[in-house]
Ligand binder design. Structure first.
Ligand SMILES: [Zn+2]
Length: 259
């Protein structure tokens, strides 16, 4: 029986909720991997080491290279003499081994499946063991995700839907039961935002900033900066869908092409 422990990093904030979850996944026999060791932080490092105890760490896994997830991976891997694994190098992370979609990582008696889930970031991975999925920032407990690329993000939600999952362990917030219900909510929320943004453009909002003011008027300033990036991702998708046209950063409803 696998065993899962959480160590919460000391980095709460508007983008990270209660902080980054560092997950310890044990095969049930004392071999384990550490998923997303988080930012460089002595107190957090101590807490991780305490949670590991005398068990044997075989690898460090990274869901994606954002600064709240990956920076401690290389130094911790070096300390422990184990490899750090991720999809691609990032600003503060350089994987010893690169993980690809469909790959597997052995942890003693357990096996972790690697699922490439681009959208929140291009390099994003989810990790599956049995019917549990470690979702990183692809799905977050209790808050909506900043999306860099909307088309790939929606595809990455569909990719993990209906695959027999029973629990999600996110990079932020609490674990979640009923994964397919959660995924459906995320899909519905994104498609609702997509239409709200299209309606805002129809009503005259013609820049990403103006759209944020209209559609995200209920969120605070720091989150509006994040929302701006998601709006840009929605605009790319609306353009790909032929529903809007953009000209030097200004957007408008697409008109049928004149000949
Ligand atoms: Zn994060």
């Amino acid at each position: 029986m696998i065993r899962i422990d959480r160590v919460l990093a000391n980095n709460p904030g508007p983008f990270t909720g209660p902080g980054t979850n560092t997950w310890l996944l044990d095969d049930g026999l004392g071999e384990l991997v550490i998923i997303d060791p988080g930012p460089i932080d002595d107190r957090h490092l101590e807490a991780i080491e305490q949670a590991v105890g005398d068990r044997s760490v075989v690898a460090i896994l990274v869901t994606h290279t954002h600064e709240d997830h990956a920076p401690m991976a290389n130094p911790l891997a070096r300390d422990l003499g184990v490899p750090a694994l991720g999809h691609a190098p990032g600003p503060e992370f350089d994987p010893d081994l690169r993980l690809e979609d469909g790959g597997h990582v052995a942890v003693g008696a357990a096996s972790i499946e690697v699922i490439h889930t681009p959208g929140h970031s291009e390099d994003h991975l989810c990790f599956r063991v049995e019917d549990v999925l470690f979702t990183g920032d692809h799905i977050m407990g209790g808050s909506s995700v900043m999306v860099e690329a909307m088309g790939p993000y929606l595809d990455s939600l569909e990719k993990i839907r209906g695959t027999g999952l029973r629990r999600l362990h996110p990079g932020h917030g609490d674990q979640m039961e009923d994964p397919d219900l959660v995924i459906d909510w995320y899909l519905a929320h994104r498609l609702q935002r997509h239409e709200q943004i299209f309606e805002a453009i129809k009503a005259g909002a013609n820049t990403p900033e103006a759209i944020v003011e209209t559609v995200y008027n209920d969120v605070g300033r720091p989150l509006q900066a994040l929302a701006l990036r998601s709006v840009q991702a929605h605009l790319v998708l609306l353009t790909e869908q032929g529903r809007i046209a953009s000209d030097h950063g200004d957007v408008a409803i697409a008109s049928p092409k004149a000949r």
